[in-house]
Structures are given as structure tokens and as C-alpha cells.
Design a binder for this molecule. Sequence first.
Ligand SMILES: [Zn+2]
Length: 204
Amino acid sequence: MWERIIQAIFPDRCLGCHAFGALLCPTCVATCPAYHGAMPHLGVTAMHVQFVYAGAIRQAILLLKYAGKRRIAPLLAQYMPAIFPHQRVCYVAIPAAPARVAHRGYDQAVLLAQALAVRHGGWVSHQLVRVRNTPTQAKLTRVARHANVRGAFAWQGHAVGDPVVLVDDVCTTGATLHEATAVLRDAGMTRIAVQVVARGLVDC
Ligand SMILES: [Zn+2]
């Protein structure tokens, strides 16, 4: 109810064109560049990146991450296809550092995984956990990023059924995804896909 009252007083405006109605209007999403570049070599069954990390999509992800706008997760999921259509997929989020989750009150990648599971008919496993805090990757070179995330994740419990879709909001070099997919493989999973909202361009 509060959500509706707040909406009536402060209606959403599109991050791209500032039109009232929604945080992201379909017209602005249509102008966001789709990602057609190379994918990091992860040795997975499938990998899908929807957008280039720019413009209204970048704004949306920043709000989802840093401004408490949880509603952006299902909005973004609307534009992400089912990688294994007609199958009951297990979605696994790349977990953020526990301190960050405690500070924000949520993990944006988990919200995305939940939104994708609802949208495409799947379920979410929380068995991939971060076991080591890592400094933020943003200012590191490609080589340093791989070293930075080594041993950062662990899988708890039994392997989950095929297929598994690993979800994250943004990837750049793919170092984090590389580490996480290795952990899933070590845990016994074989059909692994990776689904990311946007890829940032890296020059290192
Ligand atoms: Zn717009």
C-alpha cells in the first residue's frame, strides 16, 4: 500500500527520457545498445549478455545496486531471455560480499536471479557463497582481477540439478564468472549457463 501512495506522490520517471510512468520506458530500453561483443572464455554451455553497460541501463543498475531500488531487478529481467526454455532451471546468483549485503539489506544479483526464476519458471539456490572478502574489482587490471577473486567462492551442500544459470548484474573481464563457474564444475554440475545484464568495456 505504501508503495502505491509513494507512487501517487512521487511517480516513477524514466531514467533515460524522464517521462512519467516507469523507471525504464520501453522506448529508452530499445535505444540501449545490445551486447554483441566477444564473451569471456568460461567453458560453459551457454552465455548471454543482454546490454552494453551504458546509458539508461547503467543508470538502472547503479540505482539497483546503490539506491535501494529493488523494483529494477524484475524490470531488467523482462529483457532477459530464457536460456533453457521449457526447462525448470536452477538460478544461482554471484553472491556479493556479506558486509555489502548487510549494508544494502539485499544482494542485487540475488534479486535478479529471483526475478528470472519467476519470469522463466525456475528456482533459486543460495548454495554459492562468498568465503573470502575481495577488494572491489573496479580499479584492477585484468590479471589482478583473476588473482583478486581466486578462492572467493564455495559451493555448500550437494550439486543441484541441471541446468544451472549463473546470474550477475555486470561483468567486465569475466574474472569473477570464471572463478564461480569453476566452483560449480568442481561441485559436480555440468550444464552451466551464464546470464548477465550488461557488460562493461575494459581497456586493460
Ligand atoms: Zn524513457
